[in-house]
Each structure stands twice: as structure tokens, then as C-alpha cells.
Design a protein around this ligand. Structure first.
Ligand code: HEM
Length: 574
């Protein structure tokens, strides 16, 4: 071989050895020093890299160079890189570890560990392995689950300035609900939404403005249950929707076939499924939202096209209707008509449309779900039902229905409502909150943008707080004198901190009066089988952020002792 060629080959050899040593050193030292930040593994990695580099390319290395130039050059460059890597590692501000949780896989994180159904139960199991604060990742997104009330209070209430954001969910944007109260980021528009909702509902609540509306709608519910008891689940939805529609828009829902109700029902169905982390890949890989609906397999995109149309209808049509009625002078009193009359400009109308539709969206499914669960709780616990009916008979008698003035005198009914919200919380994982800044909690690092799930189910089924938590037992909320304990425990069902539910008082009042009135008027029992034996049907829920009860049968019969009231109710629509 000519000399010049030999020389070139040797240069390449040196170069290659040095580069490969340095490269391998770099990889090795990165891997070795990751969590331990220790220089000893780096030194070992460097040594291994040099040997490996030499063994990979022996054909390029002339024997005389092996002993001198190459190792010196490799050593020099490697030391520089070693110094730089070590310097970076050792001087990097040390951040605490993430909270404990299941070990993530490369790139996908814990995507395959994410529980497909009843995630709140799986998180309780994880809690027994990792503690009350659990961390996992899905494709690089951080998720923290809080299983204890103390942690939830500390983060959502005491550190509410950091923990009141919502995670961005691409599915919600695609469905046209990105600007609704429940999904707005923390900031100016959210403050306006909440101001409106709170002023409107709390002002109405304190002036008892909405109580006559609730009373009227409860009477309609009783009338419907008398007429078509088998449709009880449908009646619950009509009731909850009609309360919110009447208060917000002054609109009278026209029974089970009302157009707005049908639209809202379908919209909420799609929405609640789209909210669970891991429900669709789009929430973890937002770039997928750009896949067009015609693309094979783009099921969610196709669903979203009709979802968006329905969202627009829910947001625009009832509001525009009230705007027109207000101009005509025919508008019934409502939050929207009051606002339009009082406001001097139309500047906030878009925001108001979203806030109103949010009240309707958030207030309908939640209250209806709690009512349907109440029916199952009654057929599964006839002794509780009998106890509640006795209390109503003793205090109210048989000549009239209970009213809001009776509430303080009916502690068992109050306890029953608390137990209902505890036993099967309507939002078992609350709505996801998100962090606005990096934070350190109990020595663990929680980065900005982490989704935080408050496991309401876990705190309500903690045996340290609630004895036999799976039993339905209202008496746990009564003191030794039979009075309702003032423990504020039902508040947890409505969320925490700056995002707590603005419809809490309306929901509590609607549920209280409907439960008390239904118990006064009807006996609710398990259905008979072919042999005439009562058999308790299973109570299952569709898996979603608001798990919706799946249909079941029950027997709803008017109570003979209430014949006078029942006759009046039957007259209601004649
Ligand atoms: C049984 C009935 C209800 C339950 C259990 C319930 C529960 C909840 C929960 C747990 C949250 C999330 C709070 C958080 O993120 O910390 C929430 C939010 C919300 N609720 Fe309710 N709710 C009910 C009824 C209602 C009603 C009747 C309305 C309106 C009329 C309503 C309007 C809202 C709104 C607008 C939000 C979003 C608040 C925000 O993101 O700032 N809810 N609710």
C-alpha cells in the first residue's frame, strides 16, 4: 500500500477511535450518572468506551499508534467531555424526585397501565403500593392522583393559586367546549364566568329566587312519575334540565321529547367520555386533532363534527331566543334576561353565552345521575327508605308535600342526601385540575402543566373516616341526638378551591326537595321476577368522568296514605 494512503487510513483510524470513544463515553456517562449523579460510574464508562472504541476498529490502528497518539488524543477529548458532562450534572440545580408511582415504559410512559374502567378504584390500589400522592406519565404528560383529603385541601385550597388551572384537552376543543367554564384556563375570562355564575346563582339562592322554580319542577316530576313510572330515568333528566333551563333562560322544557334536552343529552354523552385521560389518544397526543374526519379510523373526528354542531346550538339558540324575547318584552324572568336588561353593552355576550351553556351542561347530568342512584339506593336498602318515610310522616303528615321550610326539621332526609353524594360520588375523580407553575410537595417535584386528579371516591370510601364505607347508611351523619352533624362533608362532592362547583346550592336544594317529595309520595321497590319474588337489579354505570347509570327496573307505586296529595298532582296537567 502507498505511504500516503497508509497515512490517510491512520488519520481516519485515530479519528474514528477518538470519536467513537467520546461518543460511547458520552452515552455511557449519561446513562450511568442519571439519577445518582456520581462521577465513579462516569470514569468506568469512559474506560469502557475507550476499550470498546479500540476493539471496534482494530483494522484502522497501526500498532505504533496504539501505544501513543490515539490513546492520548482519546484521553484528552474524553476528559474534556467528561468534565463538561460532570460539570453540567453536578452543577445542575438538584430537583427532587417525582412522587412515587408505577414504573414508566420508554416513551409511552404508563399508557398501558392506565386503568380502562373505574380508574378511581385502580388508583386506590396504587395508593396502597405507592402512598396517597401518586405520579405517572402518559407520553410525556405528567399526572398526579391525590387519594387523601389532606393532600387535596393542601394543594387545591391552600395552594389554589398554583392548582386551579385545567389541563388542555384537545378533544374538548374539538367538540366546541374549549371556552366553557369547566374547561377554561385560569385567568381573566374564567373569573368573569365564575363571577356571573356565582352572582347569579348565589344571589338567586340567598333571595330564594329559584326555590319556587325548583318546587314547581319537583311537582312536575312527581306528576310524570305517577303517569309513566317506568320512564323514571328519563324523568330525572327532564327534571334537572328543566330546573336549569328555567332559571338560566326562563325556558319551560316541553317534557321528554324537548329538542334542547335531546341535544344536550347527546352532547354530554360524548363530552364526558372525552374527558378521561387516555379516553382518546388525542388528549395525550394533541397533534392527532389535525387528522381529517375522512381519514380511516378517525372515529373521534367524525363524532366531533356533529358534537361541534350540537355545542353551537346549545350555546347560541336559547341565548338568542331570550335576547329576542327581551327586545319584544315577552321574556320570562331569568338570569339571561336580567343580565341583558342590566348590561349597557353587548360586549360580554359571547362570554355569557358560554357561561350559560356551561351551567346547563354541568347542571343537568350531575343532578339526574344523583337522583337515579337514589332510586337504586332505596330498592337496595328498604329499611333506610322506611326510616325516611317515617320521619316525613311525623313532621309533615300525609296532607301535603314537604317544602323547603321543613328542611331543618328533617335531619334524616338531610343525612340521606349526604350519604347519597358520598356513597356514589357523581364525579368520582372531580374534574381534572392542572398546575400553573412547578411546585414541590412533601419533597416531591410536581412540574408545571401536571394534571391533578382528586380521588373523591377514595376520600369518601376511606374506612378511617367512614365505617363500612360501602354500606348505604345515612345514620353515620347523625349525632347521638339524631341531629344532622355539621361536618360539611357533602362539600367534597362539589370540588375544591377556586374551581368548586358554582351550582352547589342549586343542586343541593333540587336534590333535597325531590328526594323528600318522592319518599313522601311513592314506595320504591325492587321489581318482581316471574315467580313474584323481588330481585335486586344490578347497578352499573357507563364509564366516563360522570359515570351515567345504566338502565335498571324498579317498581314505583303511589302511597295510599298520600291519596289527597296524589289526586292534586294528577290534576296538575289537566
Ligand atoms: C349533584 C350535582 C352536582 C355535583 C355533584 C357537581 C359537582 C361538581 C364538581 C366536582 C365540579 C368540579 C370542581 C373542581 O374542579 O374542583 C363541578 C364543576 C362545575 N359545576 Fe357542578 N355539580 C353538580 C351540579 C351542578 C349544577 C346544578 C350546576 C349549574 C347550574 C353546576 C355547574 C358547574 C360548573 C359551571 C362547574 C365548573 C366550575 C369551574 O370549572 O370553575 N354543577 N361540579
Amino acid at each position: 500500500m502507498p505511504k500516503s494512503l497508509r497515512f490517510d487510513q491512520n488519520s481516519e483510524g485515530q479519528c474514528l477511535i477518538t470519536t467513537s470513544s467520546v461518543f460511547l463515553l458520552f452515552l455511557n456517562s449519561l446513562a450511568a450518572t442519571g439519577p445518582k449523579r456520581n462521577v465513579v460510574p462516569m470514569y468506568k464508562a469512559w474506560k469502557r468506551s475507550c476499550y470498546l472504541g479500540l476493539s471496534l476498529c482494530p483494522e484502522f490502528v497501526p500498532s505504533n499508534m496504539l501505544s501513543t497518539t490515539v490513546p492520548i488524543a482519546a484521553l484528552a477529548v474524553s476528559l474534556i467531555v467528561l468534565y463538561l458532562v460532570a460539570h453540567r450534572r453536578l452543577h445542575k440545580p438538584k430537583r427532587p424526585p417525582y412522587p412515587p408511582g408505577p414504573a414508566p415504559s420508554l416513551i409511552i410512559g404508563n399508557l398501558l397501565d392506565t386503568p380502562p374502567t373505574e380508574a378511581w378504584l385502580a388508583y386506590i390500589k396504587w395508593g396502597s403500593m405507592y402512598g396517597d400522592v401518586i405520579h405517572f406519565t402518559i407520553l410525556g404528560s405528567h399526572i398526579v392522583v391525590l387519594n387523601s383529603l389532606d393532600d387535596i385541601r393542601e394543594l387545591f385550597e391552600k395552594r389554589s393559586n398554583l392548582y386551579s388551572d385545567r389541563p388542555h384537552m384537545a378533544t374538548i376543543d374539538l367538540l366546541g367546549w374549549g371556552q366553557s367554564t369547566a374547561f377554561l384556563s385560569y385567568g381573566g375570562p374564567l373569573r368573569k364566568h365564575r363571577q356571573f355564575a356565582q352572582q347569579a346563582i348565589i344571589k338567586h339562592s340567598s333571595l330564594s329566587g329559584f326555590l319556587p322554580i325548583v318546587t314547581k319542577k319537583v311537582n312536575t316530576l312527581l306528576h310524570s312519575l305517577l303517569a309513566t313510572p317506568d320512564d323514571f330515568m328519563r324523568h330525572h333528566k327532564t327534571f334537572s334540565a328543566s330546573v336549569v333551563m328555567a332559571i338560566v333562560y326562563g325556558y319551560d322544557v316541553a317534557g321528554v321529547n324537548d329538542h334542547f334536552m335531546a341535544v344536550a343529552d347527546e352532547t354530554m354523552d360524548i363530552m364526558t367520555q372525552a374527558m378521561l385521560p387516555g379516553a382518546t389518544m388525542m388528549n395525550v397526543l394533541p397533534v392527532l386533532r389535525f387528522i381529517p374526519p375522512w381519514f380511516p379510523g378517525a372515529v373521534f373526528q367524525r363524532l366531533a363534527v356533529s358534537g361541534r354542531k350540537m355545542a353551537k346550538e346549545m350555546q347560541e339558540v336559547p341565548f338568542d331566543m331570550v335576547q329576542k324575547q327581551t327586545a319584544d318584552g315577552t321574556a320570562a324572568p331569568s338570569l339571561v334576561s336580567n343580565f341583558i336588561k342590566e348590561s349597557k353593552s353587548t360586549q360580554d355576550y359571547d362570554l355569557l353565552k358560554q357561561a350559560c351553556a356551561s351551567l346547563y351542561g354541568a347542571g343537568t347530568d350531575t343532578t339526574a345521575t344523583a337522583l337515579t342512584t337514589f332510586f337504586h339506593a332505596m330498592i337496595a336498602n328498604p329499611d333506610v327508605q322506611a326510616m325516611a318515610q317515617r320521619e316525613i310522616e311525623n313532621v309533615v303528615g300525609n296532607g301535603r308535600l314537604p317544602n323547603f321550610d321543613d328542611r331543618p326539621s328533617l335531619p334524616y332526609i338531610g343525612a340521606l342526601l349526604k350519604e347519597l353524594l358520598r356513597w356514589r360520588p357523581v364525579l368520582p375523580l372531580c374534574l381534572p385540575h392542572s398546575t400553573r407553575q412547578n411546585d414541590v410537595y412533601k419533597g416531591y417535584y410536581i412540574p408545571k402543566g401536571t394534571t391533578i386528579l382528586a380521588n373523591i371516591w377514595a376520600i369518601y370510601h376511606d374506612p378511617r373516616q367512614y365505617k363500612d364505607p360501602h354500606n348505604f347508611d345515612p345514620s353515620r351523619f347523625l349525632d347521638e341526638n339524631g341531629e344532622l352533624k355539621d361536618d360539611n362533608s357533602e362539600a367534597h362532592a362539589f370540588g375544591f378551591g377556586r374551581r368548586f362547583c358554582p351550582g352547589k346550592h342549586l343542586a343541593s336544594n333540587s336534590l333535597w326537595l325531590s328526594i323528600a317529595s318522592i319518599l313522601a309520595t311513592f314506595d320504591i321497590q325492587a321489581p318482581n321476577n316471574a315467580a313474584g319474588v323481588r330481585v335486586l337489579p344490578p347497578m352499573d354505570y357507563a364509564d366516563a368522568m360522570i359515570p351515567r347509570p345504566l338502565p335498571f327496573s324498579c317498581s314505583i307505586t303511589p302511597r295510599a296514605s298520600m291519596s289527597k296529595v296524589i289526586k292534586e298532582l294528577q290534576e296538575l296537567r289537566k
